[in-house]
Design a protein around this ligand. Structure first.
Ligand code: GLN
Length: 309
């Protein structure tokens, strides 16, 4: 057993009694059915070692973590022109907030809040039907994780479609400012499916590995993005990946990371490893409560931090 495996197991065991803490997202009805006591950790190092604990092999709804993958895809298609559609500043507001959009003329603050991700998905949709765009996103994530069995949980996608009133409001608002090229229904059809991707901690950690390895997936040898682009995506994850809790997360953990309301967090330790944690109970900012704690403990035990060991 390597030290890292022992650390991962220790953290899992230490937090196990606290399973169920936090609040499971219930504004998406299908997510309210998830067992709040699920808890998994996966660490995949850049040399390919895999360390798992708990429910690390069980697929869950990755939700906003998908925004990292669609941003990567859209940057590949549109390059730096993407930044005409979305900013690169933390919002300091909830992930589904609408207030800033009016003041800032429909230009979302960053690609990781809902409005920004919807703008990015609008770009992924360019030249495609929604079905093709969903297919492209799913294929891209399978390629990143090098796993063919990653699928969209259709029940979650339908659940979001039926209750995503705030997202419809955000998208229509942006459309009113001329910030979306496609009708809100089409963009959101794609957006809800990307959020409903079901992946395990192990699959997620593998999919994020290119960000820990200068843009190249060290397991497949594929260059996904340039060195510079990987660095920039990491910078956005660090500053914006946890919404209104991004500052606190950087203070406590010190790693670029992206959370989702399904309770997952994907974190990147550049040059070292990609880490995924899952615990459905959320804190007041909509980020996994136990997942954040697990990453804080992992960073403390390993010395991994972008701010120095
Ligand atoms: N699909 C969710 C939504 O749009 C994603 C939000 C999240 O994970 N923070 O509301």
């Amino acid at each position: 057993m390597t030290d890292l495996q022992a650390i991962v197991e220790d953290i899992h065991a230490a937090l196990l009694p606290r399973r169920g803490e936090g609040r499971v997202a219930d504004y998406i009805p299908q997510l309210a059915h998830v067992d709040a006591r699920r808890f998994g950790i996966a660490v995949v190092t850049v040399d390919g070692a895999v360390h798992l604990a708990g429910d690390a092999e069980e697929p869950f709804s990755i939700q906003s973590i998908s925004k990292v993958f669609t941003l990567t895809l859209a940057l590949g298609k549109h390059g730096e022109a993407l930044w005409k559609r979305v900013g690169r500043e933390p919002s300091g507001l909830a992930f589904d907030s609408i207030v800033q959009l009016e003041r800032e003329e429909g230009l979302p603050r960053n690609p990781f809040i809902n409005a920004g991700a919807i703008a990015v998905t609008d770009l992924v949709l360019a030249g495609h039907t929604p079905k093709e765009a969903i297919g492209e996103i799913v294929r891209f994530v399978r390629y990143l994780a090098d796993e063919d069995d990653i699928i969209v949980d259709q029940a979650v996608a339908r659940s979001e479609q039926a209750t995503g009133f705030r997202n419809f409001a955000l998208a229509n608002f942006m459309r009113a400012f001329g910030r979306l090229d496609h009708p809100a229904e089409l963009v959101l059809g794609v957006y809800f499916h990307q959020c409903a991707l079901a992946m395990s901690c192990r699959q997620l950690a593998r999919a994020g590995l290119f960000l820990a390895a200068n843009g190249r997936n060290p397991l497949t040898g594929h260059r996904v993005v340039s060195h510079l682009r990987a660095r920039r995506i990491n910078a956005l994850m660090l500053t914006c990946g946890h919404y209104d809790g991004s500052g606190d997360f950087a203070y406590r953990v010190g790693l670029p990371a992206k959370s989702g309301v399904g309770g997952g967090i994907l974190a990147v330790a550049p040059g070292k490893a990609s880490i995924a944690v899952w615990s459905p109970g959320l804190n007041e900012n909509g980020n996994s409560l136990l997942g954040s704690l697990a990453l804080e403990m992992l960073a403390a035990r390993t010395g991994w931090s972008v701010f120095g060991a």
